[in-house]
Design a protein. Sequence first.
Length: 129
Amino acid sequence: MEGMKKLYIAGAHSRSRTLKAYMNYLYPDVEILAYLVSEELQDENPDFIDGIPVFPIAYGKTGRAIDKDFPVYLGTRGTNHPKLRKELAAAGFSEIIPVTVDMDIELRNAYMRRWYREHGREFLLIDDL
C-alpha cells in the first residue's frame, strides 16, 4: 500500500474495527472512508465509529457520499462474504477484497512484529522456535 490510499471496510463490528486498527498502524497513509453495512443492519450500528461514518451499502446506489472507485475490504466472518459481495456489486463497487483467515493472520503478525519492535522486544511465532 504505497502512498495514500483510501478504502472502505464492510462491516462495523469487532473484526472490522480490528482491521481498521491493523491498517492504521501498519499503513498510516491509508484513510478509511467509511464502514459499510447492509441496510437492514444500519439501525443496529452507531452513526460513527472512532470518527468514521457508518453508511448503508445502498448509499452507493445513489452515489451519496460514497466513491465506488475505492476498494472495499470485507471485514466480517467469511459466512457473510457472499451476501456482502452481492450487495456491494449491486451498489456499483468493483474492487471487493475479502479478508480471509490467512490475510487476517498476516496483518495481525505484521502488527505484532512492529508493536514489539517499537517497544524494544522481539516477537516470535511458535513456528519460528
